[in-house]
Design a protein around this ligand. Sequence first.
Ligand SMILES: *Cc1c(COP(=O)(O)O)cnc(C)c1O
Length: 464
Amino acid sequence: MNEAYRNLPSVDQLLQAVKQRVNGAALPHEALVGVTREVLAGARAAIATGHAPPASDALAEAAARRALVLFQSSLRPLINASGVIIQTNLGRAPLSAPALAAMQTVGAGYSNLEYDLESGERGSRAMHLDDLLRRVTGAEAGLAVNNNAAAIYLALIALAAGREVVVSRGQAVEIGGGFRIPDVLRASGATLVEVGTTNRTYIHDYSQAMSERTALLMRIHSSNFRLTGFVHETPLAELAELGQARGVLVLDDLGSGTLLPTAGYGLAAEPTVQESIAAGAHVVTFSGDKLLGGPQAGLIVGRADIIARLKRHPLARALRVDKTTIAGLEATLLAYARGNATEEIPVWRMIAAPLELLHTRAERIAGSLGASVASCRSAIGGGSLPGETMPSYAVALVTPQPDALAAELRRGDPPVVSRITEGRVLLDVRTILEEQDEHLVRVVREALHASGHEQTSSAERNNE
Ligand SMILES: *Cc1c(COP(=O)(O)O)cnc(C)c1O
């Protein structure tokens, strides 16, 4: 037993071995001493529980690896080959080149964030997006906050705290990540009044539930599920008419929302922000990083006096966006204003990608891997268009252990996130950024090699 401890290297000996291994990484001495002690302590604990003493080389290797990880970013870019365009877990919308450039420029220096260049006096950060939001949505005014959850929360607190909000039973839903409409309503100090049934809610259900305590009629877009069959949702225009007649505001939470019609791409129609405004909603909320394709944000557009109230509310300060977000949003919204969103914004480029182009890319990647091409289906994701998919092409990898290969791909540099369908590992090219094709080929080749399953087939096979 004692001998086992004596065979361990000293801190100094191990430290020298670790330094040789991380040579060139310029890691601070203190950090190397720290991991060296940790690894030695681990080895002593292992010996104490009856394990054989680890070899010095293995200890040095473990300490070096641990030291390198300490100075690596935890947040790493990866290749999304899953075929889900807007994936919350993978960071939702990739940003456009102009949005990134604007964020870089504004982030790197000073700006007129809250400074009026005309007068040389204090300005408002809300002024930068107000006009653009008006132009692209048709609303009277607009405001950006941290995310759509914050947008809903601010609207409810400012417009309905201490009063009642009427919501269809079929819309009092959980949106994801535990974000539940009834909980948010309660947290804002408003009282939820559920009307109708899960599948059918009519305008008279709303009107019968209204009283002098009613502050808002709220519609929530059922973004992550779909009711089919014997279903009736009250059209927004009817709600707006009722609200108008009774002097009650109508809040429409679109979730993703979109400024471009999705129906032009073989998809069902996701409601547009412009449609909600035109239908008479007084306040409309939607995300910045779903189908809009910009940075994380929540956008609130609607009647000018209501937006002004929201801006003045003390909570607006707590939920406000920073300069880089404003810069990214402005550049993203400008693409819509100029009419070139489908060329410029990655989310829309992916939606609009011609099938032949996807096929060509899949062939090229598959060709250099000796793999085959399969037709597959991509999804929009991000709580928009549930159940809707678009035809696409994937590189199909054949292996007896698809889970093991998928795990090996995730260990790549950069990691690759794939999808397993019918026992094959699929790499859907629709969500792979074109500039990533080369990296993808390298990582996949390494993963196939590591798992011993180099591909041999180049014949095309169909997946569905
Ligand atoms: C996604 C979503 C939200 C939350 O938006 P975040 O930007 O993630 O905060 C709210 N409502 C609906 C209907 C959604 O789909």
